[in-house]
Design a protein around this ligand. Structure first.
Ligand code: FES
Ligand code: FES
Length: 198
């Protein structure tokens, strides 16, 4: 008996449901960009090394080029398209805008999604490779420029906008940015688009 190589899956993205058939080898990035026309997430290397494709999966950052679409079923997926509330940008988006945290903008959606993940990870007390005191009782280390650079090191910027990116992440973190994108996505459109792509 021949094994099936495709399945019909339902992805919950930015609070909306999308049902579509996919080849099992389809990455989440390709499903977003090529099948669902959500082109905010960018394809840079397509092998997990540049971070341009970063999205949030249940609030945690992941590179969508290494995530199979079928494995993303049942999770809350947040892309850069789902961050703003109407005309109001997410605070991290606003900080990037205010501080020129970009030049060509190609890496920016991934940088912003990653920054949201960084702020949440830091607030939760996760240490990084440059954290001096990693004892749990030490709590979150100060979110210094070195901490931000290390935590954002998976996101490359060919334009070299790093100085402004670090400033933008620091400003958003200092402003107490809520990274609760899961709640925001869950509260999204009541008009789910099941069957929108067949
Ligand atoms: S496109 Fe996914 S990490 Fe580069
Ligand atoms: S702003 Fe151009 S690659 Fe980062």
């Amino acid at each position: 008996m021949a094994l099936s190589t495709s399945s019909v899956i339902t992805l919950k993205i930015n609070g909306e449901k999308y049902t579509l058939p996919v080849d099992h080898r389809t990455t989440l990035l390709d499903a977003l960009r090529e099948r669902l026309d959500l082109t905010g997430s960018k394809k840079g290397c397509d092998q997990g090394q540049c971070g341009a494709c970063t999205v949030l999966l249940d609030g945690r950052r992941t590179v969508s080029c290494l995530q199979l679409a079928v494995a993303a079923e049942g999770h809350e997926i947040t892309t850069v398209e789902g961050l703003a509330e109407g005309d109001r940008l997410h605070p991290v988006q606003q900080a990037f805008l205010d501080l020129d945290g970009y030049q060509c903008g190609y890496c920016t959606p991934g940088q912003i999604c990653s920054a949201i993940g960084v702020i949440e990870e830091h607030a939760a007390g996760w240490p990084s490779a440059v954290t001096d005191d990693v004892r749990p009782e030490a709590g979150p280390p100060p979110l210094t420029a070195d901490e931000i650079r290390e935590r954002m090191s998976g996101n490359l910027c060919r334009c070299g906008a790093y100085v402004s990116i670090v400033e933008a992440v620091a400003r958003a973190a200092a402003a107490g940015t809520s990274a609760d994108t899961r709640g925001r996505a869950s509260a999204g459109s009541a008009n789910d688009t099941e069957g929108a792509v067949a």
